[in-house]
Design a protein around this ligand. Structure first.
Ligand code: NAD
Length: 478
């Protein structure tokens, strides 16, 4: 069945239902107040149990939405980091919830000050199709840990997964606690206009702009987890055989449909041939054939595949060399049937080509050459700030220089994409790749209000001095 047919079939909430859900959740939040540590832990355990008990069903639904989505990748890079993230949150929650003591000013002694992390209320979560479960339930983990209620709007491009999420959430949580709103773009637009207490959006930079505009109407604070072109630089002296496997894994997980996949490589001009050969060998190792290989994922729909083929035509016309890495030597009709695309390297690229302007989000990998490190760094910094910057180098000086000069959401050295799974690291972009962050404590903090609490123990100096001042303490305080 086509994605379009499924989309028509998948149920959609109405705009009135959206508003009613928010009212219901907000009323329950006001009625019950902030949940205790034990209650929050219980909520997180419910979420964890829901995922563990229904893993196979979730993986099957994702597979159906994609056509082919490697079940092993779904388990390993979609569900595993999510499960580990929830466990980490359960383990750390008591510590995170502790008020943070602050010192007070001498002129107001004797007094105490602290910061309490209090829930915001109802959090909205808008998620994309590429990791449709972890990018919906990952933010939910932080929102529940911080004691909030939540509404999730998953992507209309993964209707089966969205339907499974909606069903599981409604069986696990009360309707006034967590709800899922399925539907198309009109519902997404209405969702982003609701007066939430916080809105986390994961998706494209273009839609992120619209979401922020809609949220501004009610001054809803936003966390924007966006996309962009993440570069991977291979240092001139780096023994590339050491890094190629992690780099190609990070690129080809989910057929390149990963926000932190390397979008393009920066390779020293003397090493291009060697890098191409290593990539070819590594891909042949990992994927001896592509079209009927369940480890090699499909693109989400034909429109997306045509967009990528359009990038290739445009680059070819403008003088790029296009190298398809097709280890099984399969005919292109087989790829089209499976809605797949082979990894395709592009050499001799420049910024006039669409592939160097737009986020690729698929298995195309341009290789841009550089003569010296600063030239490569200047190239990255002359473009919108990326979500991740990768550097493969054994030189401390190179890594430090690259890390200090490149402005990016994250810096990853000699590894690709695994920083996403570090529970102690914030995950988020900078500039056009996003604002704010979540994961672990940073997610708890994002979804909490840091309430300043001040307590006077006895009257202080400021209270003793009242009008008429008549120059009292003049010159003594400052
Ligand atoms: P998208 O922006 O098209 O859609 C994301 C979500 O926004 C969907 O749920 C969709 O229904 C909703 N939406 C669509 N139009 C809307 C509107 N006008 N107002 C409000 N909501 C609207 O993104 P996508 O194609 O689903 O995902 C791919 C993009 O997401 C890529 O750019 C990728 O880099 C980015 N991404 C970022 C991260 C991250 O963590 N930073 C993770 C995954 C994907």
């Amino acid at each position: 069945m086509s994605v379009q047919a499924l989309r028509r079939e998948s149920p959609s909430v109405t705009i009135e239902q959206l508003r009613a859900s928010l009212e219901l959740e907000r009323a329950a939040f006001m009625r019950d107040g902030p949940p205790s540590y034990r209650t929050r832990r219980h909520h997180l355990q419910l979420l964890l149990g829901m995922i563990l008990d229904h893993q196979d069903r979730i993986i099957e639904a994702i597979g159906e939405d994609f056509g082919t989505r490697s079940p092993d990748e779904s388990r390993r890079i979609e569900l595993l980091p999510l499960i580990l993230g929830i466990r980490h949150t359960i383990k750390s929650l008591r510590r995170w919830m502790r008020p943070s003591r602050r010192s007070t000013h001498w002129a107001t002694w004797p007094s105490l000050a602290r910061v309490d992390y209090v829930p915001l209320g109802v959090v909205g979560i808008i998620s994309p199709w590429n990791y449709p479960v972890s990018l919906a339930l990952g933010p939910l983990t932080g929102a529940l840990a911080a004691g909030n209620r939540a509404m999730i709007k998953p992507s209309e491009l993964t209707p089966r997964t969205s339907a499974v999420l909606a069903e599981l959430i409604s069986k696990t949580f009360a309707a006034d606690h967590v709800s899922v709103a399925t539907g198309g773009v009109e519902i997404a637009q209405a969702f982003s206009s609701l007066p939430f207490d916080h809105l986390l959006f994961t998706g494209s930079t273009g839609v992120g702009r619209l979401v922020m505009r809609a949220a501004s109407e009610h001054l809803v604070p936003v966390t924007l987890e966006l996309g962009g072109k993440s570069p991977a630089l291979i240092d001139r002296a780096f023994p590339f055989d050491k890094g190629v496997s992690s780099l190609m894994l990070g690129k080809l997980y989910n057929a390149g449909q990963t926000c932190i996949a390397p979008d393009y490589l920066l390779v020293h001009e003397s090493r291009v041939d060697e890098v191409v050969e290593r990539v070819r060998a590594e891909v042949a190792n990992m994927y001896p054939r592509l079209a009927d290989n369940r480890d090699y994922s499909s693109l989400i729909n034909t429109r997306h595949r045509e967009r990528l083929l359009g990038y290739l035509d445009d680059a070819r016309e403008k003088g790029a060399t296009v190298l398809e890495i097709n280890p099984g030597d399969e005919a292109s009709e087989r790829f089209a049937e499976a809605n797949k695309l082979a990894l395709t390297l592009l050499l001799d690229v420049d910024d006039s080509m669409t592939v160097m302007q737009e986020e690729i989000f698929g298995p195309l990998l341009p290789i841009k050459t550089y003569a010296d490190l600063d030239e490569a760094i200047d190239y990255i910094n002359a473009h919108p700030r990326p979500l991740a910057a990768y550097v493969y180098s054994d030189s401390r000086a190179t890594v430090d220089h690259f890390g200090a000069r490149v402005v990016s959401g994250a810096l990853s050295i000699n590894a690709t994409a695994v920083h996403f799974a570090q529970d102690e690291l914030p995950f988020g972009g900078v500039g056009a790749s996003g604002m704010g962050c979540y994961h672990g404590f940073d997610g708890f903090e994002t979804f909490s209000h840091k309430k300043a609490v001040y307590r006077q123990l006895r009257p202080n100096l400021m209270h003793l001095v009242t009008p008429p001042y008549e120059g009292a303490l003049k010159d003594r305080l400052i």
